[in-house]
Structures are given as structure tokens and as C-alpha cells.
Design a protein. Structure first.
Length: 447
């Protein structure tokens, strides 16, 4: 069937489209949660360090620079794609297999000494392929949302559905990943796997591929209109996007939030095992707690957004991050059991995380609508790409800062200061994001 521009999508299209966000979410959340812990474990784990935190941060920074080029390029090419299957779905069709393969490959590094050049090259190639294919899939995927549903309340509702599957993915990724990485060597689909991390990479790669396949079988793009005939060249398209007065406040604000969230997600395994003195498996449950309480807050976020405006609620979510994130560093320093202390903080993070999961898509849809009023064109993928550049810069900055904190101040039980400073750094990222976002005002209802 063909999905049309309507505030009411057929339920099976809504479900299939939103289900795709399960795959979009589970791969990066697992990667961000465990990649640093896998390649650069704390001394307490008594596992060999594959790459040092600073090297990982440097590689991620290089990958982000590469992303700065391909994000807007892929967005521009997707906007100008013209096939009988549409502008977006062909990118997902061809990008999903590479995305899933590269995700699995990241967890199979060559067996070499710490910071060996062979491992550095391998990790760099695998990471670049993963994020490049992720861009080729997720950018066009998200670009469908403003076209599948045309009105603001309908977009918030569809964003809630996407956030629900994102939450499910995060819970599954958090809880299952914690259990899987603790597994010993095993055999899966005829392949000998040396550790639980390799089981994780292979199994989640296959699962994500199945999800994308189901989505492609059901979802169809809206009919092509003259607004889809984008004639801008790349440089003009970038310049026109940056000239949109609503775009940079949105994108820079979101970049600050993403940097903070990435810091917290990458730090949770360390916080759980070092500050809270639990196991890797329990670390997964901690992330699961955040997502469960974020999911419970979805109806509140939707109600507040309809009553007070999307942008205002987004700002409130930022204030929630500023309050909760720096308190992570106090775990074990006050007369509260570390486990109880950590759980309380993770519950507090539920509302701000819910805002981050639900609201950005609705905000960006407004930005794109304003662009169409100025240019007469629908350029969803370009805006997703440009926003992705700034978000990934924020994530790379977070990883770099985290690597420096861990390297200089420690991330182990005997030297935990780097972990304690992580939440403070994340709070600073949110403050910077809110300062940029204060000028956002895409519509009268959003401010």
C-alpha cells in the first residue's frame, strides 16, 4: 500500500515504520554503552586493554570528521533521489546489510598488543563503515516522518511510537547486552566465538537486519510532488539550510544534549561496576531502569508538549539533565548505599531522557516546514544530515572528553576521579546546548 500525507496512518504502517527505530536504536546504544568498556576495560576486570581511551577517542574524532562530509552529502543525494520506490527506501534497502555487517565486525578485532597499528586500522575502518552506513539508513528513515504525517499533534504521536520502540531497544540492548557480554566462549550459527562481546555483535546484527527487512516490506513513500524536485546543488543546499533561522538553534541545542547523553551512556558500565560496585550484568539493568522510567514519562511529555509547546518542554528536559547528571559523581561519597543512590539518580533521569527521545523529531519537522515555506521544497534528508553532523560532533566531543578524564584522572576503584567528573562534564554540555537553543522559535506554538 502507499502511505499518504495524512495525520492518520494505517496502524500496520505506523507499527512497521516505528519498528524500524528499534534497529536504529539498539545498534548505537549497545555500541556506545560497551565499546569503550570492551576495548579499554578498567584494571579491575583483569582483561587486556586492546586500545587506550585516548586512542579510541582520537579514532572516533576522525570518524566524526568523515561524518561531517557524508552526512549532508547523503542527505542531499537522498533528497534528489528519484526512483519508483521513492527517495528514502532505496537507501535503507542497500545500506542496512552493510550497517549490520560492520556492527558485527567491530567486536572481532585482531588479537594484538595494546594500541597495535593493525588493530587501530581495523577499528577505524569498521567504525567508519558502521557510522557511514548508519547515516545512509537512518537519515532517509527519519526523513520519512514529516511526510508520512503532516500535522503537529500527529507528528508528536508518531514520534511517541518511535520513542516506544527506541525504549524497547534500549531496554533489550541494556539488559540483554549485560547478560550476553558475560557469556564465555561459545558457538553460534556454526561460528566459534571467543567471548560474549562477539556473541553480542553477531546476534544483534542479525536481529537488526530482520527488523529493517520487515519495515521495507510494509512501508511505502507518499506520492511524489513538485516539492520533491530538489534542484539545489550541494553547496547551495547547505548554505540555504544554515540560513534557516530556526535550524542552528535546534541543531546546536540537540548537539549539547546528545553529548551529555553519550557521556552518560558510555559511562554507565563504569559507574555500575566501579562506583556502585556491581557486575557487568547489573550495569545493563541500570540502563534499563532509565529507559523504563523514560517510557513511563512519554504520556507526560506528550501532554506537556500539547499544552505548553514542544520547545518549552525540551528546555525543561535540559534542566532535568543539569540537575541529575552531576550527581553521578557523588555515588559512594554520601551515607547512602551506592546501589540505592545510583538507582535514585537513574530514576530521576527518566523525564529528561523521555524528552530527548520524543521531542527532537517533532522540532526538526517544524524546522523543515519553515524551510518549505521559504523555498517551496521538501528537504528532510538534508536537514537530518546537517543536524546529524552537529550531533555527531557533540558525541565525538563527549568521547574525547571522557577519554581524557579517564586517562588523566582514572576510571577504576583505586582511581575513580575521572568517573566522578564525567557527570559534571555532561552537565556542562547541556548548559551549552540550552544557551544555543534559547533562540529557537520555529512556530508560535513551539516557543
Amino acid at each position: 500500500m502507499t502511505a499518504t500525507l495524512s495525520p492518520k496512518l494505517p496502524m500496520r504502517v505506523t507499527f512497521a515504520y516505528a519498528f524500524g527505530n528499534f534497529a536504529n536504536s539498539i545498534l548505537p546504544i549497545v555500541l556506545l554503552s560497551w565499546i569503550l568498556y570492551f576495548y579499554s576495560p578498567p584494571e579491575d576486570q583483569q582483561r587486556a586493554v586492546i586500545l587506550s581511551p585516548v586512542v579510541i577517542g582520537s579514532i572516533r574524532g576522525l570518524e566524526r570528521l568523515f561524518g561531517m562530509v557524508i552526512e549532508p552529502l547523503i542527505g542531499h543525494l537522498s533528497d534528489r533521489t528519484n526512483t519508483r520506490f521513492g527517495r528514502r527506501l532505496p537507501w535503507i534497502l542497500f545500506g542496512a546489510p552493510l550497517l549490520c555487517l560492520s556492527f558485527a565486525a567491530i567486536w572481532f578485532p585482531p588479537s594484538r598488543p595494546t594500541d597495535d597499528p593493525t588493530v587501530i586500522v581495523y577499528f577505524t575502518i569498521a567504525l567508519v563503515l558502521f557510522w557511514a552506513s548508519y547515516t545512509a539508513v537512518v537519515g532517509p528513515y527519519l526523513s520519512l516522518l514529516p511526510e508520512l504525517v503532516a500535522d503537529g499533534p500527529g507528528r508528536i504521536k508518531l514520534s511517541i511510537w518511535l520513542a516506544v520502540f527506541e525504549a524497547i531497544a534500549n531496554v533489550v540492548g541494556a539488559v540483554a547486552a549485560g547478560m550476553i557480554v558475560a557469556m564465555p566462549a561459545t558457538r553460534l550459527l556454526g561460528v566459534e566465538l571467543e567471548n560474549g562481546y562477539q556473541v553480542l555483535g553477531l546476534s544483534l546484527g542479525l536481529l537488526a537486519f530482520a527488523v529493517y527487512a520487515l519495515m521495507l516490506l510494509v512501508v511505502r513513500e507518499p506520492p511524489r510532488t513538485p516539492a520533491h524536485d530538489v534542484s539545489f546543488e550541494l553547496v547551495v543546499a547547505i548554505r540555504t539550510s544554515l540560513a534557516n533561522p530556526h535550524f542552528l538553534p535546534y541543531a546546536l541545542g540537540l548537539a549539547g544534549f546528545r553529548a551529555a547523553a553519550s557521556s552518560a551512556v558510555m559511562g554507565i558500565p563504569f559507574v555500575a561496576t566501579v562506583l556502585m560496585q556491581t557486575s557487568e550484568e547489573v550495569a545493563g539493568y541500570m540502563l534499563g531502569i532509565i529507559i523504563v522510567f523514560a517510557t513511563l514519562a512519554f504520556p507526560l511529555v506528550m501532554w506537556l508538549s500539547n499544552r505548553h509547546g514542544v520547545a518549552r518542554v525540551f528546555r525543561w528536559a535540559g534542566l532535568g539533565f543539569i540537575v541529575s547528571l552531576p550527581l553521578i559523581g557523588t555515588i559512594g561519597l554520601v551515607p547512602i548505599p551506592p546501589m540505592v543512590h545510583g538507582i535514585v539518580l537513574f530514576v530521576m533521569a527518566g523525564f529528561p531522557v523521555a524528552g530527548l527521545m520524543v521531542l527532537p523529531r517533532a522540532l526538526l519537522a517544524e524546522v523543515i516546514d519553515r524551510d518549505q515555506e521559504r523555498t517551496g521544497l521538501r528537504r528532510e534528508a538534508m536537514y537530518n544530515g546537517m543536524s546529524g553532523v552537529l550531533e555527531k560532533m557533540g558525541e565525538a566531543l563527549a568521547l574525547g572528553v571522557l577519554g581524557v578524564l579517564f586517562q588523566q584522572f582514572g576510571n577504576s576503584s583505586s582511581s575513580p576521579l575521572g568517573l566522578r567528573l564525567m557527570g559534571v562534564a555532561a552537565g556542562v554540555f547541556v548548559v551549552l546546548g540550552l544557551l544555543a537553543f534559547r533562540k529557537y522559535g520555529a512556530t508560535r506554538e513551539s516557543t
